[in-house]
Design a protein around this ligand. Sequence first.
Ligand SMILES: CC(C)(COP(=O)(O)OP(=O)(O)OC[C@H]1O[C@@H](n2cnc3c(N)ncnc32)[C@H](O)[C@@H]1OP(=O)(O)O)[C@@H](O)C(=O)NCCC(=O)NCCS
Length: 191
Amino acid sequence: MSPAPTSAIALRRASAADLAAIMDLERTGFAAPEQWSEASWRGELEGTDRIVLVAAVPAGSSTTGAASAEAARPDDAPHGLLGVITYQVGPDTADLMRVVVAPAARGRRVGRALVQAGMMYVRGRGVERVLLEVRHDNAPAIALYTGCGFSTLATRTNYYGPGADALVMSAPVETDLPSFHLPQTKGTRHD
Ligand SMILES: CC(C)(COP(=O)(O)OP(=O)(O)OC[C@H]1O[C@@H](n2cnc3c(N)ncnc32)[C@H](O)[C@@H]1OP(=O)(O)O)[C@@H](O)C(=O)NCCC(=O)NCCS
C-alpha cells in the first residue's frame, strides 16, 4: 500500500464548531484528573481575551494559514484536528494556557508551529512577553517551550499537587516577528 499523501498543516482561529474535536484532543493529552472540562474549553473559545488556534490537515482551498511544521497526513488527525493552543491576552503580556497535539502528530513540529503562530498573533495585539506554567516533569512540553525561546523564571513548589512543581517560563515576543492575523473563522466570537 502506498503511503498516505502529505501536505503542510493549516492553522486557523478556532470556533465553537471545533469544541468536540478539541475535547477529543484534550482526552488524548492529559490524564483524567488534569483534563479541562468542556465548559472550560467553551470559555476559551468564547472569551474575548482569548486567542485559540487550531492546526489541521489542509483540505484544498479551505487552508487559511500556512505553518512551517513538517508535513501532516490525514491519519495524524483521527479526531479532526492535529492540535490546539490557547492564549489569554492582556495589555502587555499573554499567558500560554494550553497546547495539545494529537499523539500521532507529535514530534513533527506541530506544537512549535502552534506556539509560534500564537506568538505572532499576540504580537499583533501589542503583547511584549508571554508567560506560562508547566509541570516540572513534562519533558516534551519543556522541550517545546525552550525551543521556542522560553526560559524558566521561577518554580512554584507543589503547584499541581504534592511533589508536582510548576516551572514558570517566559519568552519575549520578538519585535522582528511579523504580526500574524489569521482570518476570522465564521462563528467565533474573537475580534
Ligand atoms: C507538548 C506537546 C504539545 C509537544 O507537541 P509536538 O508537536 O510533539 O512538539 P514539536 O514536534 O513541535 O517539538 C518541539 C520541540 O520539542 C521537542 N520535543 C517534542 N517532544 C519531545 C519529547 N517527547 N522528548 C524530548 N523532546 C521533545 C522536539 O524535539 C522539538 O525540539 P526542536 O525544536 O529543538 O526540534 C505534545 O507532546 C503534547 O500534546 N503533549 C500532551 C499535552 C501537554 O502536555 N501539553 C503541554 C502542557 S499544556
